[in-house]
Design a protein around this ligand. Structure first.
Ligand SMILES: [Zn+2]
Length: 319
């Protein structure tokens, strides 16, 4: 489902790492910098969601978040995808505080913050045009002649765009409502053909696939032995819970929960693998009984892969 805004795989990876690194010093800077960046991006996307959801037009939309269009070798991930009965709108959300300059020759933008260093990054126009190409190709393959629009939205109030982009329009999130208004005005004429938004949504959803979790091997190889194993207490730092009488229990703060292994499975997926066997789960969770461990996995809404003897459980994103 794309109706909820999910965190990126990269963000989930670093969040899980922050929680489980016994000694963060080796990659402390990368960890903090990435969490700040990914956290900012996620907050920006939520801000854009809010702006759309609070607008007068929202009831006429289906809003898809983080939609993937294409196939596993070549695809585009669309931050925000609006389906209206007369048009589609792709929104590329950028959370970039600072002064943003455009370099058309190098196809990149530079950003400078508080007189700090100048950073180069991919031009969001190119990203947006690429997403549009994927969507148009998909629509034409399915014989749907629906108009596609694209918009870059800067979600950070302190972004300053030096001059307008040449190919696509870019606005601040505060101007989003007005932009949507003009788009609706443009399509007000009853002569424009209408499509069934639910059908369009279903078609995109049916052809979507799940991305593999983010696994930066250069980082993992450096810190693999420093990652804390086990089901962790949400109230204590670096405290491993013990499973006794159907509950995970903390002997430090007396926290007790029957389902705490779900969070651990989520983190296992982000840090190690999206597949787990009963044996691997026993090793990670510290559960000694094969039947308890396998019953727990069976009840956790995981997909089962393989026959009984070599059974592997696939941990989904939204466990
Ligand atoms: Zn505790």
């Amino acid at each position: 489902m794309n109706l909820i805004r999910r965190k990126s795989e990269k963000y989930l990876f670093y969040e899980a790492l922050e929680r489980r690194l016994v000694n963060v010093s080796t990659i402390k800077n990368t960890l903090q910098e990435t969490l700040r960046k990914e956290g900012g991006g996620y907050a920006g996307e939520l801000r854009v969601d809010r702006e759309i959801e609070e607008s007068d037009f929202f009831t006429s939309y289906i809003l898809m978040k983080g939609l993937i269009v294409g196939n596993s070798t070549s695809y585009a991930q669309i931050d925000t995808f609006i389906i209206h009965e007369k048009f589609l709108l792709i929104i590329e959300v950028k959370n970039l505080p600072g002064i943003i300059k455009l370099d058309n020759q190098l196809h990149q933008i530079t950003r400078q913050r508080d007189n700090g260093p100048v950073e180069g990054m991919r031009n969001p126009e190119d990203q947006l045009l690429r997403s549009e190409r994927f969507v148009r190709k998909f629509l034409s393959f399915h014989n749907i002649p629906m108009p596609v629009h694209g918009l870059i939205v800067f979600s950070n109030p302190s972004s300053v765009l030096e001059k307008p982009f040449s190919k696509k329009s870019a606005i601040h999130v505060s101007g989003l409502h007005q932009t949507l208004e003009s788009l609706h005005l443009m399509y007000a004429d009853h002569l424009y053909p209408k499509f069934e938004p639910r059908r369009i949504q279903l078609l995109f959803t049916q052809h979507e696939f799940e991305l593999n979790p983010y696994k930066p091997s250069h980082i993992l190889s450096k810190i693999n032995t420093e990652i804390l194993q086990g089901v962790l207490c949400p109230q204590c730092i670096n405290k491993v819970l013990i499973y006794r009488n159907k509950f995970w229990r903390c002997n430090q703060c007396n926290y007790k929960n029957a389902e705490e292994h779900r969070q651990a499975l989520k983190e296992y997926r982000s840090l190690f693998s999206h597949k787990v066997t009963t044996k691997e789960w026993m090793k990670f969770s510290g559960i000694k009984s094969v039947s308890t461990a396998s019953r727990m996995l069976q009840k956790s809404n995981l997909f089962v892969d393989g026959t009984f003897k070599n059974r592997t459980y696939v941990i989904p994103r939204d466990i």
